[in-house]
Design a binder for this molecule. Sequence first.
Ligand SMILES: [Zn+2]
Ligand SMILES: [Zn+2]
Length: 143
Amino acid sequence: MKGQCRCGEVTYETSRDPVFSGYCHCHACQKRSSAPCTGFVMVPWEGSTLSGETRTYQDLGGSGQPVVEHSCIKCGSLVLMELKVLDNIVAIMASTLEGPNDFIPESHVWLSSQDKRFEIQDDLLKQQGPPKQMALYLARKPV
Ligand SMILES: [Zn+2]
Ligand SMILES: [Zn+2]
């Protein structure tokens, strides 16, 4: 998978398979994107590359754990976030992905803060809190 910010200054590439893809409805995502939810793909970052200058900002994720956001210094697009609580996993913002089939969402998460004015009409798994898939992934993660 590869992708870039709006202006092309920041690009990234990963050969890893996603461990989770979905829509996050947490307050932090609503604020950072000014949208009811954001689409994201979580991948192990090892062996991936991020090129171009990013501005970093440390914020708190849905679980109250630190996340480091990387945004383009020119156009300001948020490209990806390092999830400090999940060792070496990054959340790529789906809107920056190049391939139309790179984002295959499997679930909605953090629906506890869903903007109810937007009705969900898909049949994806609905989770009130964080993705349970990540807990499973961490449990079987090779050390
Ligand atoms: Zn840019
Ligand atoms: Zn979120």
